[in-house]
Design a protein around this ligand. Structure first.
Ligand code: SF4
Length: 352
């Protein structure tokens, strides 16, 4: 298990205090919109970012999406500058796929525990120790880790791809999320050697308190992202990527959902199903002093203030080693080509 340096969390956790609710942000929003227009830039935001940023992306011709769609959108958009609101690996992915474009982010410190938990040198040694396996890495990794992979996947296509590789008789080396890896293994029966890392947000969801919540809300359906622990997934009525969970919220007949993923997704879920009630799944367990709140500290670094500053500052740009970028583009493009040949995947469901 790769343990995170607590110091790396400090800045991110401090940013949890950033709020835009109940305040007049119109001047900031006008300034960002004007700069996007004047600088031939487009805003590409993840579902987990603040609702104010998601609204801005939607209203300025940008996109709000999962990491697969963010990558597709950024690569195909004509804008020469992409403003990526998310975490660092998303900005790096944009740079790998569009090396000639300028990629800026509200904070280059906005990382991901999965990325931190999979250092490229240790991962490379792991691959060297297990030759003959097809290396499949989750998108939540650094460019250097991607450069070592045969395939990059997002949670929206990981199941299908691994099932296909398994059917071809390939053995998999999977990194970095152990929960997602185990879930895929359980669904496909593939021979998978798993790296041992986790998302600090999803890892906090607790099956015991989720069971208690289900008793309190027996009519609610539980929606879970597969980065959640297996015991949580065992209780879920639908399991899927962020886009697939939004689909589930819209399509399932339930009026109330308990959601085990970052609460930033509530913004799009509410748009998709305005009359439905959303509750965040419980975290931390009864004895915990911190209940984690279902909120990624690094995603919260994407404040409107930080977004406005990307047009003023010169330290917001993603810069990658060119050779690493070239190598990482191979499995990334393989992923995009693979995804382009398939219909949008559906969530796995236990209810009708
Ligand atoms: S929610 Fe988890 S997987 Fe997503 S960026 Fe945050 S730490 Fe990484």
């Amino acid at each position: 298990m790769h343990v995170l340096d607590p110091g790396m969390l400090d800045g991110a956790l401090a940013s949890c205090a950033t709020k835009t609710e109940g305040r007049d942000d119109s001047a900031l929003i006008a300034s960002i919109s004007r700069n996007l227009r004047e600088q031939d830039a487009v805003l590409v935001a993840h579902y987990y970012t603040d609702p104010a940023i998601q609204r801005l992306a939607d209203s300025t011709g940008g996109c709000v999406a999962d990491s697969l769609e963010m990558a597709r959108f950024g690569a195909s958009h004509r804008a020469q500058k992409l403003v990526v609101a998310g975490v660092r690996f998303m900005g790096e992915t944009a740079k790998i796929l569009s090396p000639a474009k300028t990629i800026v982010m509200p904070s280059l410190e906005a990382t991901c525990s999965l990325d931190l938990g999979c250092p490229s040198d240790a991962f490379s040694a792991f691959c060297d120790a297990h030759p003959g396996r097809t290396v499949v890495v989750y998108a939540n990794t650094s460019a250097a880790v991607k450069a070592r992979a045969d395939w990059v996947v997002t949670s929206s296509i990981a199941l299908e791809l691994v099932a296909e590789l398994h059917a071809r008789g390939e053995k998999i080396l999977w990194a970095p999320d152990r929960h997602l890896g185990r879930y895929i293994q359980s669904q496909t029966g593939a021979d998978m050697l798993l790296w041992d890392s986790a998302c600090i947000v999803h890892d906090e969801f607790r099956a015991k308190s989720l069971s208690a919540m289900r008793l309190a809300y027996p009519e609610a359906a539980i929606l879970a992202h597969p980065e959640s622990p297996a015991a949580v997934l065992a209780l879920a009525d639908a399991i899927g990527s962020t886009s697939q969970l939004i689909d589930a919220c819209r399509q399932l007949p339930h009026e109330r959902f308990i959601v085990a993923t970052d609460r930033g997704i509530f913004h799009k879920m509410k748009q998709a199903a305005p009359d439905k009630e959303l509750l965040i799944a419980p975290t931390g367990g009864d004895g915990a002093t911190c209940r984690a709140c279902g909120s990624c500290p690094w995603m919260r670094m994407n404040s409107l203030e930080a977004l406005a500053q990307v047009f003023e500052r010169n330290d917001c740009e993603i810069v990658l080693d060119e050779q690493v970028g070239i190598r990482a583009s191979v499995p990334l493009r393989r992923m995009l080509d693979y995804a382009a040949t398939r219909p949008r995947g559906n969530y796995r469901c236990r209810v009708g």
